[in-house]
Design a protein around this ligand. Structure first.
Ligand SMILES: [Zn+2]
Length: 174
């Protein structure tokens, strides 16, 4: 069964317990919990979308926080290592971040290369196949990522066409 996950399903969550979890992780690592680190973490936990560093910087600025990009990058790195936040590469030339709290932690993404729209879905069939393939190879899975690139319905309706890159002649013609 495929289920599209409604965007915004995690908005309005109480972020304080998660900020405390992050603070505990920092303490375990022997790192100080600074107000800036907490502000970056809070911004990611509060959001229900896939944020770029630019998005995070803008939201912090709008909230009156002056936090440099280097601090944002370092804090995101710590958040990813703590496994509270997941890093994504949607082939845009930069990374995106989403927290793994209070919503389906295991989900796949459809990325529209024209509009940038990201559709999340979860599929029991995909999970089953991943499990079967791993078992067949005697492989122990820690996690997996599935990103499907292409054109969304809206992009196609607006006339967008698939841009093919790379070699266009068939390899077997060589
Ligand atoms: Zn997602």
């Amino acid at each position: 069964m495929n289920t599209e996950i409604a965007p915004g399903s995690a908005s309005g969550i109480d972020t304080a317990p998660y900020v405390r979890l992050f603070a505990r992780y920092l303490k375990d690592q022997g790192l100080p919990t600074t107000q800036q680190r907490e502000a970056v973490a809070e911004t990611v936990f509060r959001s229900s979308s896939h944020l770029s560093v630019e998005d995070i910087e803008r939201q912090l600025r709008d909230a009156g926080e002056r936090i440099g990009k280097a601090t944002i990058y370092r804090t995101l790195d710590l958040l990813v290592r703590s496994r509270l936040v997941e890093e994504h590469d949607f082939e845009e030339g930069f990374k995106r971040y989403e927290h793994r709290l209070s919503r389906e932690p295991v989900h796949a993404h459809l990325v529209c290369t024209e509009t940038g729209r990201i559709i999340e879905f979860r599929s029991e069939e995909v999970e089953r196949i991943v499990g079967e393939v791993a078992a067949r190879h005697g492989f122990e899975t820690s996690h997996h990522k599935l990103v499907i690139f292409g054109l969304s319905k809206e992009a196609k309706e607006a006339g967008a066409q698939m841009a093919y890159e790379g070699i266009t002649c068939p390899i077997d013609a060589l």
